[in-house]
Design a protein. Sequence first.
Length: 110
Amino acid sequence: MICDTLVRTEADGKKVFKKKEPFNTLDEAILEAKRMNCKESTIHKLFAYKCTYCHKYHIGRNSKILSDKDREKYRKELGVSLKILGKIDLDKDKKGFKVLGWIDLDKIKY
């Protein structure tokens, strides 16, 4: 069985559906919901639920806004840290010298 969710209704009345991602266990669905709740782009809180149609587990949204405190809690649970990417001034006196990336020294052949 395939579960679909309604994405939108076109102007001519045609409905557009999207396939839901099924999970075999509740633990898998909860873990994925926590991972998705860690993202900065997630606005509403995600949760896992059991589908009455296919009897598998899916991830859905509720009306609660995901706060920064909740997001930080999920990051600590999963051991996810934010990596700040960008330019970093190493020496304030020498203008123009900035770190743009990191080099993996293990990949360099001598």
